[in-house]
Design a protein. Structure first.
Lengths: 105, 487
């Protein structure tokens, strides 16, 4: 991670730094969007402060509504997408490969 | 039978005509196509329609099957092989699905014909369909108003007789809320009752596919076709699928209905409150017992929902990176820039907002304060319902705090927009089933539909369908049609 990916802590809501979070989310925002979201999400988070009233001492978190564990199926090979199908929606492909900008210098 | 009347019929009514060979699947589809052509300029419910594919299926349709020859409009978030699946987003503008979602495969196996892709809030994030990256759908009852969301295209199409029935998806109310605001029936099945395979994920622990229909009976018929265990979705429940239509006709004597007092709080629209109070008296006249009770954590459901749903969304939407499918920004010089700009140009404002919020609540230092706490409150919300269902067979409430609002009214204020789901979020958090059906109209020049929500315990769809059907059949709200579009 680059040195720039640190919370700046300079915004109106000290906890939420939209510009920093946008970098984490790989989402480029304009200065206008950053300011707007900073404001709007501060309101949403202020509303969510309500959850602090709730006594959650000893309460188990629910990641899902009905905990289902260890769902098994027969270990049988099945047909998946063909190479042609997998590439059909690709923005760029050449010779059966997804093409992206150069990663390694 | 006048052909022009076919699109106004229910699944059950069409089944009879098709099986008696009074009409053919082709004639039904042609009549529906004509109706869509006539009303679509007024409501903008559809994103695309593949008439040739549907016509080919109609020629082959076996009308002896449970849904033989019945066209279904499909929210543009469910994969239908070979058809667009844009999720109302620029980022999937040119995407075509490679396979059928399980719900679509099961619809086809039951003889139904997927026809038309309906508009939605981008990636199902919204309560008005104004967040569609393509266009704004209008409420058939008053075209200056929103049809609800996120399955607003599906609901508007069914309400305008521009669809016989539709499949939508419900993460926090996205089937029930638009159904309520357009005067039709919307069913959110129990989490795990219907496979999510092929449903583009928004919040995986909350998403569920559900039908939007003209009647409760049609909702039962649609659920019958799509419910069940699926090896391709490990969260589907391994429980038998009961006969939902045979449960409909049982009378309601002795059924205990709970009225959670937190759902009739100050701030709800007086006409909505009056309609619910009238519905309660009606239920008593049908022989039910109304039990007032409390779901004490109701007030926390909406914040819990938005923290959990956005957290899951931020992870699910990470896959849209412009590499394997979807939109890609031009001229990026490196991969990171390509990700950043593809997502900046591909996603609309509400999706960006939710990705930011979700990334934040999962980020180091804030996870415990927001996401983990929300998951714990989710447990408490679930326990509220479990306790309530020890005392009553089903719960009733308004579906929404107010009728459809004006287009543009809320779109700049996310906090206010989020309140549109205040009565529907909790059922998703708890994973229980719930249905919305019409229970009245507002007064005034353009009467607007009001929705009644019936919530049932997990896998008790037969019960809420029975309660809803008894109410519907002893009232005539479901027979009303939007006057503005009447031909």
């Amino acid at each position: 991670m680059k040195g720039g990916d640190q919370p700046s802590g300079t915004s109106a809501t000290p906890a939420l730094d939209v510009a920093y979070i946008a970098r984490l989310a790989r989402l480029e925002l304009t200065a206008e969007e950053t300011a707007l979201f900073q404001n709007q999400l501060a309101q949403v988070l202020a509303h969510a402060e309500k959850l602090r009233e709730v006594n959650v001492e000893g309460v188990e978190p629910a990641a899902q509504t009905f905990a289902i564990f260890d769902v098994w199926r027969e270990d049988v090979a099945r047909l998946g997408l063909t190479q042609e199908e997998a590439l059909r929606n690709a923005p760029r492909s050449v010779k059966g490969l997804f093409i992206v900008p150069k990663v390694i210098e | 039978m006048n052909k022009a009347d076919l699109p106004g019929l229910t699944i059950a009514q069409l089944q009879k005509l098709l099986r008696a060979r009074e009409v053919s699947p082709r004639e039904v589809l042609e009549a529906l196509h004509e109706r869509i052509e006539a009303v679509e300029p007024q409501i903008d419910a559809y994103l695309s329609r593949d008439l040739d594919a549907a016509m080919a299926a109609a020629e082959q349709a076996d009308v002896t099957l449970p849904l033989g020859g019945i066209p279904f409009a499909i929210k543009d978030v469910l994969s239908v092989a070979g058809q667009p699946c844009t999720c109302g987003s620029r980022i999937l503008r040119d995407y075509r699905a490679l396979f059928d979602a399980t719900a679509i495969r099961k619809l086809r196996e039951a003889g139904a014909i997927p026809f038309g892709r309906t508009n939605m809030d981008e990636f199902a994030m919204g309560s008005s369909t104004e967040n569609s990256g393509v266009k704004t759908t209008r409420n058939p009852w008053d075209r200056s108003r929103i049809p609800g969301g996120s399955s607003g295209g599906s609901a508007a199409a069914v309400a305008a007789d521009a669809a016989i029935a539709s499949l939508g998806s419900d993460t926090g109310g996205s089937v029930r809320q638009p159904a309520a605001l357009t005067g039709v029936v919307g069913l959110k099945p129990t989490y795990g009752r219907v496979s999510r395979y092929g449903l583009v994920a928004f919040a995986s622990s909350l998403d569920q596919v559900g039908p939007i229909t003209k009647t409760v009976e049609d909702a039962a018929l649609a659920l019958q076709a799509i419910a069940g265990l699926d090896p391709n979705d490990a969260t589907t429940l391994d429980a038998p699928v009961p006969d939902y239509t045979s449960a409909l006709e049982r009378d309601l004597r002795g059924v205990r209905l709970g009225l959670p007092r937190e759902y009739l709080v100050d701030g709800i629209d007086p006409e909505v409150r009056a309609a619910i109070e009238t519905a309660l008296r009606h239920f008593e006249s049908l022989g039910t017992e109304i039990v007032e009770l409390s779901l004490p954590h109701t007030t926390y459901a909406i914040d819990t929902y938005y923290l959990i749903a956005t957290a899951e969304a931020s992870a699910n939407l990470a896959r849209f990176d412009g590499v394997r499918y979807g939109y890609r920004a031009e001229h990026a010089t490196n991969l990171l820039e390509q990700y950043n700009r593809t997502r900046a140009e591909g996603f609309g404002p509400e999706v960006k907002r939710r990705i930011i919020l979700g990334t934040y609540v999962l980020s180091s230092g804030y996870y415990d304060a927001y996401y983990l706490r929300a998951q714990k409150v989710r447990t408490l919300v679930r326990q509220d319902f479990a306790r309530a269902f020890e005392k009553v067979d089903a719960l009733i409430s308004p579906t929404t705090p107010e009728p459809a609002f004006k287009i543009g009214d809320r779109s700049t204020d996310p906090s206010r927009m989020y309140l549109a789901d205040v009565f529907t979020n909790a059922a998703n958090l708890a994973g229980i089933c719930a249905i919305s059906l019409p229970c009245g109209f507002t007064g005034g020049e353009h009467p607007l539909p009001i929705g009644l929500q019936i919530m049932g315990k997990a896998l008790d769809e037969a019960r809420i369908l029975q309660v809803a059907h008894a109410y519907e059949q002893s009232t005539d709200w479901h027979r009303r049609r939007p006057a503005a579009l009447a031909s």
